[in-house]
Design a protein around this ligand. Structure first.
Ligand code: ATP
Ligand code: MG
Length: 394
């Protein structure tokens, strides 16, 4: 066994690239097509999906694709602190500054630079653009100016445009109150206005399904400016590939019956496929066998679920208040899907008013998302099974 063929080939983690990226050809094709159609068509995409489904990994592959067709990617993970106008402006400002610094370091001016500059609308100056586009506030105008100079520099360095890739974008949302904070609109408005001037600038917002609702409710711009990509679990054939392909460069192999069982048991969810694979690999290593079998799975299952709960689920509820945790545990006794607030009021001792407040907080904390009025779903796959395991161990 060579050193590499003896290494665990699975990659359970957060934003950790798998050895084999299964079943994401369609969104990648659409991303490429979107860049090709820009700037005449607005290059905006909304990527949503449950926890651990592979959004961050996909966003990183988007960045690679962008780079390979000469677009400059600017990647950032948004944080809970970015919920105010001032915070989003600062965060975006430093992202753009980092991007400009990176571009400035590109020593070689590509020969296409001249051509790109002439072909684009950037033969005009920022003042001319800002005059023809009206911005709501000084803050928006500043941001627009920074976006403009970043794209301008990218073109001067031979790039075709700049694509912003913002992860965990569900954390940024507008307040209902007109006078409140509107960081999501503040972010989108200048980008869309510059796109209308055919500036080669794109935006990918990626996050939990809550993001779709946030965009619908955003003050000034609606969802229809975005192409929607829903990233789901893998279909059975793709899940099998995700499980078996990483083994190909190794000295171990999987029994076909085992691969089928795993793909079915984890319902095609990418994180779970990596975790099951990784644990089975270690178990095989420990047992000194080179074949992963259903028998090995049976022996390893308790360890797998232990690690799943510890690494994937526990951290998601650890930051919730006791009342919020109680409500989640009570939700495991309700019919699902969807989770109805009316059922929850019956299942817990809390008043309907109290239940609604807690549901709102669980949505803000990213544990649930709202499907429609009074109906919710968990943001992590197979979360209800986890709650039941926890309830049973209390
Ligand atoms: N298409 C895929 N094929 C195989 N494995 C994948 C695929 N996509 C992601 N994975 C694996 O799944 C795990 C989760 O990926 P990732 O962190 O990108 O998910 P996510 O949707 O961003 O999750 P979260 O919502 O928690 O941020 C990683 O271990 C990654 O290696
Ligand atoms: Mg992620």
């Amino acid at each position: 066994m060579t050193e590499d063929s003896g290494k665990n080939p699975y990659r359970p983690g957060v934003g950790v690239r798998p050895l084999y990226l299964a079943g994401r050809e369609a969104p990648l094709r659409r991303f490429d097509a979107m860049l090709r159609a820009a700037p005449e068509q607005q290059a905006n995409m909304r990527v949503t999906g449950l926890r651990g489904v592979g959004k961050t990994v996909l966003l990183e592959v988007f960045a690679d694709h962008a780079q390979s067709v000469e677009w400059e990617p600017a990647f950032m993970e948004l944080q809970p602190a970015h919920y105010t106008d001032a915070a989003i402006r600062t965060a975006l400002g430093s992202l753009l500054e980092r991007t400009r610094r990176r571009l400035s370091r590109l020593a070689r001016l590509r020969s296409v630079a001249g051509k790109a500059l002439r072909a684009s609308s950037l033969s005009v100056s920022w003042e001319e653009v800002s005059l023809s586009v009206s911005f709501g506030s000084e803050r928006e105008e500043n941001l627009a100016g920074e976006l403009f100079v970043t794209v301008e520099l990218a073109l001067a360095k031979g790039r075709r445009g700049v694509i912003l890739l913002l992860d965990e974008a569900q954390l940024v949302r507008d307040e209902r109150d007109r006078h409140g904070e509107h960081p999501l609109s503040l972010l989108i408005a200048p980008i869309v206005a510059l796109q209308r001037q055919e500036l080669p600038l794109g935006l990918v917002l990626c996050g939990l399904p809550t993001l779709a609702g946030n965009l619908q409710k955003a003050r000034s711009y609606s969802e229809r400016l975005f192409r929607g990509e829903e990233i789901d679990s893998l279909a059975p054939a793709q899940a099998l590939q995700a499980f078996t392909r990483p083994l190909e460069q190794t000295a171990r192999s999987a029994d076909p019956a085992l691969a089928e069982t795993v793909a079915g048991e984890v319902e095609g969810y990418p994180y779970f496929l990596q975790l099951w694979g990784s644990e089975l690999w270690d178990a095989a290593d420990l047992a000194g066998v080179d074949r992963l079998t259903p028998k090995l799975l049976d022996a390893t299952r308790p360890d797998i679920y232990d690690r799943l709960d510890r690494d994937f689920y526990d951290p998601r509820i650890a930051t919730l208040t006791p009342a919020e945790q109680d409500l989640l545990l009570a939700s495991a006794r309700c019919p699902y899907p969807p989770l109805r607030s009316a059922d929850l009021s019956h299942a817990s001792e809390k008043t309907p008013g109290n239940v609604n407040v807690l549901l709102g907080r669980l949505v803000d904390a990213g544990a649930l998302y709202r499907i429609r009025k009074g109906e919710y779903a968990y943001t992590a796959p197979k979360f209800r099974d986890y709650l039941r395991r926890r309830d049973a161990n209390r």
